[in-house]
Design a protein around this ligand. Structure first.
Ligand code: PBG
Length: 326
Protein backbone atom coordinates (compact mmCIF):
# COMPACT_ATOMS: atom_id res chain seq x y z
CA UNK A 1 0.00 0.00 0.00
CA UNK A 2 1.46 3.35 -0.99
CA UNK A 3 1.86 5.94 1.79
CA UNK A 4 1.49 8.74 -0.72
CA UNK A 5 0.45 11.53 -0.17
CA UNK A 6 1.91 11.40 3.35
CA UNK A 7 5.34 10.32 2.11
CA UNK A 8 6.76 12.59 -0.54
CA UNK A 9 10.45 11.70 -1.05
CA UNK A 10 10.77 14.54 -3.54
CA UNK A 11 10.65 17.00 -0.62
CA UNK A 12 14.29 16.12 0.01
CA UNK A 13 15.28 16.72 -3.60
CA UNK A 14 13.87 20.18 -4.15
CA UNK A 15 17.05 22.26 -3.85
CA UNK A 16 20.78 21.69 -3.79
CA UNK A 17 20.71 22.88 -0.19
CA UNK A 18 18.46 20.08 0.96
CA UNK A 19 20.04 17.50 -1.32
CA UNK A 20 23.43 18.33 0.18
CA UNK A 21 22.01 18.03 3.69
CA UNK A 22 20.81 14.47 3.19
CA UNK A 23 23.52 13.21 0.84
CA UNK A 24 24.87 9.88 2.06
CA UNK A 25 28.08 9.73 0.07
CA UNK A 26 30.42 12.58 -0.67
CA UNK A 27 33.79 12.84 -2.36
CA UNK A 28 36.47 15.22 -1.17
CA UNK A 29 39.99 15.75 -2.55
CA UNK A 30 41.33 13.95 0.51
CA UNK A 31 39.61 10.74 -0.62
CA UNK A 32 41.54 10.74 -3.88
CA UNK A 33 44.96 9.48 -4.92
CA UNK A 34 46.69 10.91 -7.98
CA UNK A 35 48.84 8.59 -10.12
CA UNK A 36 52.10 10.14 -11.37
CA UNK A 37 54.50 8.72 -13.98
CA UNK A 38 58.19 9.48 -13.51
CA UNK A 39 60.65 9.36 -16.41
CA UNK A 40 64.39 10.10 -16.52
CA UNK A 41 65.68 13.50 -17.60
CA UNK A 42 64.94 17.11 -16.80
CA UNK A 43 62.20 19.43 -17.94
CA UNK A 44 60.32 16.51 -19.50
CA UNK A 45 56.54 16.72 -19.75
CA UNK A 46 55.20 14.19 -22.24
CA UNK A 47 51.43 13.86 -22.65
CA UNK A 48 50.07 10.31 -22.75
CA UNK A 49 48.08 10.12 -25.98
CA UNK A 50 45.37 7.80 -24.72
CA UNK A 51 44.81 9.66 -21.43
CA UNK A 52 43.90 13.33 -21.63
CA UNK A 53 45.53 15.34 -18.85
CA UNK A 54 48.01 12.61 -17.91
CA UNK A 55 51.70 13.17 -18.54
CA UNK A 56 54.98 11.41 -18.05
CA UNK A 57 57.22 13.83 -16.19
CA UNK A 58 60.83 14.02 -15.13
CA UNK A 59 61.37 14.33 -11.39
CA UNK A 60 61.70 18.15 -11.41
CA UNK A 61 58.34 18.52 -13.16
CA UNK A 62 56.77 15.80 -11.06
CA UNK A 63 57.65 17.86 -7.98
CA UNK A 64 55.54 20.72 -9.31
CA UNK A 65 52.55 18.42 -9.87
CA UNK A 66 52.98 16.91 -6.42
CA UNK A 67 53.23 20.35 -4.83
CA UNK A 68 49.92 21.30 -6.42
CA UNK A 69 48.35 18.01 -5.29
CA UNK A 70 49.41 18.68 -1.71
CA UNK A 71 48.19 22.28 -1.84
CA UNK A 72 44.81 21.13 -3.16
CA UNK A 73 44.41 18.61 -0.35
CA UNK A 74 44.63 15.47 -2.49
CA UNK A 75 45.00 12.39 -0.30
CA UNK A 76 48.25 11.20 -1.80
CA UNK A 77 50.17 10.36 -4.93
CA UNK A 78 50.78 6.92 -6.45
CA UNK A 79 54.11 6.74 -8.22
CA UNK A 80 54.97 4.70 -11.28
CA UNK A 81 58.37 4.77 -12.98
CA UNK A 82 59.53 4.32 -16.54
CA UNK A 83 63.24 3.43 -16.44
CA UNK A 84 65.90 4.46 -18.95
CA UNK A 85 66.71 0.80 -19.63
CA UNK A 86 64.77 -2.43 -19.25
CA UNK A 87 66.12 -5.96 -18.89
CA UNK A 88 64.92 -9.55 -18.50
CA UNK A 89 64.90 -9.40 -14.70
CA UNK A 90 63.46 -5.90 -14.32
CA UNK A 91 66.50 -4.80 -12.32
CA UNK A 92 65.63 -1.10 -12.69
CA UNK A 93 62.76 -1.79 -10.32
CA UNK A 94 65.01 -2.63 -7.37
CA UNK A 95 67.88 -0.26 -8.13
CA UNK A 96 68.24 2.08 -5.17
CA UNK A 97 69.03 4.84 -7.66
CA UNK A 98 66.15 3.84 -9.93
CA UNK A 99 63.58 6.29 -11.22
CA UNK A 100 60.92 5.73 -8.54
CA UNK A 101 63.46 5.63 -5.71
CA UNK A 102 64.93 8.94 -6.97
CA UNK A 103 61.49 10.49 -7.31
CA UNK A 104 60.42 9.40 -3.81
CA UNK A 105 63.56 10.85 -2.25
CA UNK A 106 63.02 14.16 -4.05
CA UNK A 107 59.34 14.25 -3.04
CA UNK A 108 60.02 13.48 0.60
CA UNK A 109 62.77 16.09 0.76
CA UNK A 110 60.67 18.85 -0.81
CA UNK A 111 57.21 17.93 0.49
CA UNK A 112 57.56 15.83 3.65
CA UNK A 113 53.83 15.96 4.44
CA UNK A 114 52.79 14.58 1.07
CA UNK A 115 51.60 10.98 1.33
CA UNK A 116 53.62 8.91 -1.14
CA UNK A 117 52.44 5.51 -2.32
CA UNK A 118 54.57 3.48 -4.73
CA UNK A 119 53.49 0.84 -7.21
CA UNK A 120 55.49 -2.32 -6.61
CA UNK A 121 55.68 -4.38 -9.79
CA UNK A 122 58.24 -5.35 -12.40
CA UNK A 123 56.24 -4.90 -15.61
CA UNK A 124 57.52 -1.38 -16.24
CA UNK A 125 61.10 -2.62 -15.84
CA UNK A 126 61.19 -5.90 -17.75
CA UNK A 127 62.14 -5.96 -21.43
CA UNK A 128 59.26 -8.40 -22.08
CA UNK A 129 56.69 -6.34 -20.14
CA UNK A 130 55.58 -9.14 -17.84
CA UNK A 131 55.26 -8.63 -14.08
CA UNK A 132 58.17 -10.86 -13.10
CA UNK A 133 60.95 -13.11 -14.31
CA UNK A 134 59.99 -15.65 -16.94
CA UNK A 135 60.37 -19.38 -17.09
CA UNK A 136 59.03 -21.25 -20.08
CA UNK A 137 56.95 -18.34 -21.32
CA UNK A 138 55.17 -17.65 -18.04
CA UNK A 139 56.01 -15.61 -14.96
CA UNK A 140 57.90 -17.68 -12.40
CA UNK A 141 55.98 -16.90 -9.20
CA UNK A 142 58.49 -18.00 -6.60
CA UNK A 143 61.49 -16.51 -8.38
CA UNK A 144 59.64 -13.19 -8.72
CA UNK A 145 58.48 -12.79 -5.11
CA UNK A 146 61.96 -12.04 -3.63
CA UNK A 147 62.53 -9.45 -6.36
CA UNK A 148 59.25 -7.73 -5.50
CA UNK A 149 60.35 -7.69 -1.87
CA UNK A 150 63.57 -5.97 -2.95
CA UNK A 151 61.56 -3.39 -4.91
CA UNK A 152 59.44 -2.66 -1.84
CA UNK A 153 62.45 -2.32 0.48
CA UNK A 154 64.17 0.16 -1.86
CA UNK A 155 60.95 2.20 -2.03
CA UNK A 156 60.63 2.19 1.76
CA UNK A 157 64.30 3.15 2.12
CA UNK A 158 63.70 6.10 -0.18
CA UNK A 159 60.88 7.21 2.11
CA UNK A 160 57.64 5.82 0.66
CA UNK A 161 54.79 5.92 3.18
CA UNK A 162 52.89 3.06 1.55
CA UNK A 163 54.04 0.36 -0.87
CA UNK A 164 51.41 -1.11 -3.16
CA UNK A 165 52.21 -4.44 -4.84
CA UNK A 166 50.19 -4.71 -8.07
CA UNK A 167 51.66 -7.89 -9.53
CA UNK A 168 49.31 -10.61 -8.16
CA UNK A 169 52.05 -13.16 -7.41
CA UNK A 170 51.03 -15.67 -4.73
CA UNK A 171 52.70 -15.09 -1.39
CA UNK A 172 54.12 -11.68 -2.15
CA UNK A 173 52.35 -9.78 0.62
CA UNK A 174 53.88 -11.96 3.34
CA UNK A 175 57.30 -11.84 1.70
CA UNK A 176 57.19 -8.07 1.31
CA UNK A 177 56.01 -7.54 4.91
CA UNK A 178 58.80 -9.77 6.21
CA UNK A 179 61.43 -8.03 4.07
CA UNK A 180 60.26 -4.58 5.17
CA UNK A 181 60.28 -5.58 8.82
CA UNK A 182 63.68 -7.27 8.44
CA UNK A 183 65.12 -4.06 6.98
CA UNK A 184 63.71 -1.88 9.77
CA UNK A 185 60.68 -0.54 7.91
CA UNK A 186 58.00 -1.80 10.30
CA UNK A 187 56.09 1.46 9.89
CA UNK A 188 55.85 1.40 6.11
CA UNK A 189 52.26 0.50 5.27
CA UNK A 190 51.32 -2.10 2.70
CA UNK A 191 48.39 -1.64 0.36
CA UNK A 192 47.80 -4.85 -1.49
CA UNK A 193 46.15 -5.02 -4.89
CA UNK A 194 44.28 -7.92 -3.38
CA UNK A 195 41.63 -8.26 -6.06
CA UNK A 196 43.08 -7.32 -9.40
CA UNK A 197 41.26 -8.55 -12.46
CA UNK A 198 42.57 -9.44 -15.91
CA UNK A 199 40.86 -6.42 -17.41
CA UNK A 200 40.60 -4.90 -20.86
CA UNK A 201 40.35 -1.52 -19.12
CA UNK A 202 44.12 -1.27 -18.49
CA UNK A 203 44.84 -0.52 -22.16
CA UNK A 204 45.68 3.20 -21.92
CA UNK A 205 47.82 2.68 -18.79
CA UNK A 206 50.12 0.37 -20.66
CA UNK A 207 50.84 3.30 -23.00
CA UNK A 208 51.50 5.58 -20.07
CA UNK A 209 53.77 3.10 -18.30
CA UNK A 210 55.21 1.62 -21.50
CA UNK A 211 54.47 -1.85 -20.15
CA UNK A 212 52.60 -3.66 -22.92
CA UNK A 213 53.50 -7.37 -22.67
CA UNK A 214 55.68 -8.37 -25.64
CA UNK A 215 53.67 -11.59 -25.96
CA UNK A 216 50.67 -13.17 -24.27
CA UNK A 217 48.73 -11.42 -21.51
CA UNK A 218 48.39 -11.37 -17.71
CA UNK A 219 45.58 -13.83 -17.34
CA UNK A 220 47.75 -16.39 -15.60
CA UNK A 221 48.25 -13.94 -12.71
CA UNK A 222 45.27 -11.60 -12.69
CA UNK A 223 41.77 -12.70 -11.75
CA UNK A 224 38.99 -13.81 -14.02
CA UNK A 225 36.24 -11.16 -14.31
CA UNK A 226 33.57 -13.73 -13.45
CA UNK A 227 34.83 -14.35 -9.93
CA UNK A 228 33.97 -12.65 -6.68
CA UNK A 229 34.34 -15.49 -4.15
CA UNK A 230 37.88 -15.90 -5.39
CA UNK A 231 38.44 -12.20 -4.72
CA UNK A 232 37.35 -12.73 -1.13
CA UNK A 233 39.79 -15.64 -0.78
CA UNK A 234 42.60 -13.48 -2.19
CA UNK A 235 41.69 -10.72 0.21
CA UNK A 236 41.63 -13.03 3.23
CA UNK A 237 45.07 -14.35 2.32
CA UNK A 238 46.48 -10.85 1.96
CA UNK A 239 45.01 -9.77 5.29
CA UNK A 240 46.56 -12.83 6.95
CA UNK A 241 49.89 -12.06 5.29
CA UNK A 242 49.87 -8.54 6.71
CA UNK A 243 48.19 -6.16 4.25
CA UNK A 244 47.09 -2.89 5.89
CA UNK A 245 44.84 -1.74 3.06
CA UNK A 246 43.16 -3.52 0.20
CA UNK A 247 42.82 -2.48 -3.40
CA UNK A 248 40.13 -3.54 -5.84
CA UNK A 249 40.95 -2.93 -9.47
CA UNK A 250 39.30 -1.90 -11.77
CA UNK A 251 36.71 -0.08 -9.67
CA UNK A 252 33.71 0.97 -11.71
CA UNK A 253 33.13 -2.42 -13.34
CA UNK A 254 33.70 -4.16 -9.97
CA UNK A 255 31.56 -2.20 -7.51
CA UNK A 256 30.11 -5.41 -6.09
CA UNK A 257 33.62 -6.61 -5.32
CA UNK A 258 34.43 -3.37 -3.50
CA UNK A 259 31.22 -3.69 -1.52
CA UNK A 260 31.88 -7.25 -0.45
CA UNK A 261 35.53 -6.71 0.38
CA UNK A 262 34.58 -3.79 2.61
CA UNK A 263 31.68 -5.64 4.22
CA UNK A 264 33.65 -8.81 4.89
CA UNK A 265 36.94 -7.35 6.11
CA UNK A 266 36.16 -3.89 7.46
CA UNK A 267 39.62 -2.94 6.24
CA UNK A 268 40.40 0.30 4.43
CA UNK A 269 39.54 -0.33 0.80
CA UNK A 270 40.83 1.54 -2.19
CA UNK A 271 39.14 1.43 -5.60
CA UNK A 272 41.38 1.93 -8.63
CA UNK A 273 39.35 3.79 -11.23
CA UNK A 274 41.58 2.59 -14.04
CA UNK A 275 42.85 4.16 -17.23
CA UNK A 276 40.27 2.64 -19.57
CA UNK A 277 37.40 3.65 -17.31
CA UNK A 278 38.77 7.19 -17.27
CA UNK A 279 39.45 7.25 -21.01
CA UNK A 280 35.89 6.15 -21.84
CA UNK A 281 34.46 9.18 -20.06
CA UNK A 282 36.99 11.49 -21.66
CA UNK A 283 36.38 10.11 -25.16
CA UNK A 284 32.60 10.33 -24.89
CA UNK A 285 32.85 13.83 -23.42
CA UNK A 286 35.13 14.92 -26.28
CA UNK A 287 32.36 13.95 -28.66
CA UNK A 288 29.79 15.83 -26.66
CA UNK A 289 27.98 12.62 -25.77
CA UNK A 290 28.18 13.04 -22.01
CA UNK A 291 28.88 15.86 -19.58
CA UNK A 292 32.53 15.38 -18.62
CA UNK A 293 32.42 16.83 -15.14
CA UNK A 294 29.15 15.21 -14.10
CA UNK A 295 30.19 11.82 -15.45
CA UNK A 296 33.52 11.92 -13.60
CA UNK A 297 31.84 13.01 -10.37
CA UNK A 298 29.20 10.30 -10.67
CA UNK A 299 31.84 7.62 -11.24
CA UNK A 300 33.86 8.71 -8.20
CA UNK A 301 30.72 8.92 -6.06
CA UNK A 302 29.63 5.42 -7.14
CA UNK A 303 33.01 3.95 -6.19
CA UNK A 304 32.85 5.61 -2.77
CA UNK A 305 29.21 4.57 -2.29
CA UNK A 306 30.12 0.94 -3.00
CA UNK A 307 32.45 1.08 -0.01
CA UNK A 308 35.80 2.45 -1.13
CA UNK A 309 37.44 4.71 1.43
CA UNK A 310 39.80 6.05 -1.18
CA UNK A 311 39.90 6.13 -4.94
CA UNK A 312 42.88 6.21 -7.27
CA UNK A 313 41.79 8.50 -10.07
CA UNK A 314 43.40 10.22 -13.05
CA UNK A 315 40.82 12.95 -12.55
CA UNK A 316 41.94 13.74 -8.96
CA UNK A 317 43.69 16.95 -9.92
CA UNK A 318 40.76 18.33 -11.93
CA UNK A 319 38.38 17.34 -9.14
CA UNK A 320 40.49 19.11 -6.54
CA UNK A 321 40.94 22.21 -8.71
CA UNK A 322 37.18 22.50 -9.11
CA UNK A 323 36.70 21.98 -5.37
CA UNK A 324 39.24 24.74 -4.63
CA UNK A 325 37.50 27.08 -7.09
CA UNK A 326 34.28 26.50 -5.14
C1 PBG B 1 50.92 -3.02 -13.09
C2 PBG B 1 49.81 -2.06 -13.12
C3 PBG B 1 48.86 -1.91 -14.14
C4 PBG B 1 48.02 -0.87 -13.74
C5 PBG B 1 48.48 -0.41 -12.52
N1 PBG B 1 49.58 -1.18 -12.14
C6 PBG B 1 48.75 -2.53 -15.45
C7 PBG B 1 48.51 -3.96 -15.60
O1 PBG B 1 48.28 -4.71 -14.67
O2 PBG B 1 48.58 -4.37 -16.75
C8 PBG B 1 46.85 -0.38 -14.53
C9 PBG B 1 46.27 0.90 -14.10
C10 PBG B 1 45.32 1.52 -15.05
O3 PBG B 1 44.87 0.93 -16.05
O4 PBG B 1 44.98 2.68 -14.80
N2 PBG B 1 52.11 -2.46 -12.59
Amino acid sequence: MSRHPVFRPRRLRRSEGIRALVRETTVTPGDLVLPLFAVPGEGVRRPVGSMAGVEQTSVDELLRDAEEALRLGIGGVLLFGIPARKDEAGSGGYDEHGIVQTAVRALKRALPELLVITDVCLCEYTSHGHCGVLRGGDVDNDATVPLLARVAVTHAAAGADVVAPSDMMDGRVGAIRAALDGAGFQDTALMSYAAKYASAFYGPFRDAAESVPAFGDRRTAQMDPGNVLEALREVRMDVEEGADMLMVKPALAYLDVIHRVKAETGYPVCGYHVSGEYAMIEAAADRGWIDRERAHREALTAIRRAGADLVVSYWSRQFARLAAAG
